[in-house]
Design a protein around this ligand. Structure first.
Ligand SMILES: Nc1ncnc2c1ncn2[C@@H]1O[C@H](COP(=O)(O)OP(=O)(O)OP(=O)(O)O)[C@@H](O)[C@H]1O
Length: 293
């Protein structure tokens, strides 16, 4: 009883802060939208963005004139979910550098909104949320990057047929990446037209999940066309610095993003953690709280 009252007051306090002029965006990361009476009378509708795990709920919210983005339905911690939601908002053009975002998140099947985080985009001191540091050049499509992050999270959570799987997805500067790598296995994407092997297409994302069992890396063009799977990256990793415990896969991903203008997403076979590499460094790290395998 007292706990329920505390929960209501917590949300009310978050809404009161969200209404303030200092806040540019109010991000609610939950599949339980706020109740009309909670929002009524508060000037927050314009800055409110929902991050939800069901596409049907995105459409439902959109039909009620709310802004909403979809995030994958996996068991990441609340802070990880906020990071993914920020990436999704960025790729929809809903955020800009310098924005102050208040993010309210919960976990589990109940509403349970119990986490409030303030983020200033582009603020170097704002560890551990470093979505701003993705800061990709115009040659990259943010939708392609977001799709690849989602695929990577699915691989990390589900593996392949019950077995943990790891992989590297290298995107961009593909001529240089192809030159600095060699084929380890037959390329399963060979012989398909470019239109048939774009990772924006759900069947191709499923194929990426399946072929993640192959040794080596995927090479993907900026526009999402998958050039190859099963590539061994022949790059020197001696001047990339990585946290202790990361091995050959992560070194190769760091090194290829140092040696070329490509970016890379890795999935660790050991932990399921997804990392985004740019310029030889980790720019985003998504740990899992619960793996399904
Ligand atoms: N240069 C490379 N290019 C492409 N793939 C590589 C390269 N080096 C290693 N790999 C892939 O990484 C796999 C595992 O390597 P290792 O266990 O040393 O990596 P790790 O960084 O510890 O990652 P994990 O957390 O997944 O174990 C290899 O089986 C291979 O598929």
């Amino acid at each position: 009883m007292a706990e329920a009252r505390f929960d209501r007051e917590f949300v009310r306090a978050a809404l009161a802060l969200a209404a303030r002029g200092e806040v540019d965006r109010f991000l609610v990361v939950s599949d339980h939208p706020l109740q009309p009476h909670e929002i009524r009378g508060r000037p927050i509708k314009r800055k409110l963005v929902y991050a939800v795990t069901r596409d049907a709920l995105v459409s439902q919210l959109a039909s009620r004139k709310y802004q909403a983005v979809a995030i994958p339905p996996y068991d990441y911690s609340r802070v990880e979910k906020i990071k993914v939601a920020l990436v999704a908002c960025q790729s929809e053009g809903l955020l800009k550098d310098g924005d102050t975002i208040l993010a309210l998140a919960g976990g589990g099947p109940e509403r349970n909104l119990d986490t409030l985080v303030r983020i200033r985009l582009g603020d170097e001191d704002d560890e551990p949320i470093r979505v701003d540091s993705l800061d990709l050049g115009p040659e990259f499509s943010s939708q392609v990057v977001e799709n690849l992050l989602h695929v990577a999270m699915e691989i990390g959570a589900q593996g392949y047929e019950g077995h943990p799987t790891g992989t590297i997805l290298v995107m961009g500067d593909s001529t240089a990446v192809m030159e600095q790598s060699r084929q380890l296995t037959l390329n399963p994407f060979a012989g398909m037209s470019e239109a048939e092997r774009n990772c924006m297409d759900p069947p191709i994302r499923d194929a990426i999940k399946t072929f993640a069992v192959l040794d080596g890396a995927f090479v993907i063009r900026e526009d999402g066309v998958v050039l190859s799977a099963g590539r061994y990256l022949q790059v020197f990793s001696k001047d990339v610095k990585l946290p202790i415990g990361l091995g050959a896969r992560h070194s190769a991903a760091a090194a290829v993003t140092r040696a070329t203008k490509a970016v890379a997403v890795t999935v660790s076979q050991t932990t399921g953690t997804v990392r985004f590499f740019k310029g030889g460094e980790i720019a985003l790290e998504l740990h899992q709280t619960a793996r399904r395998i």
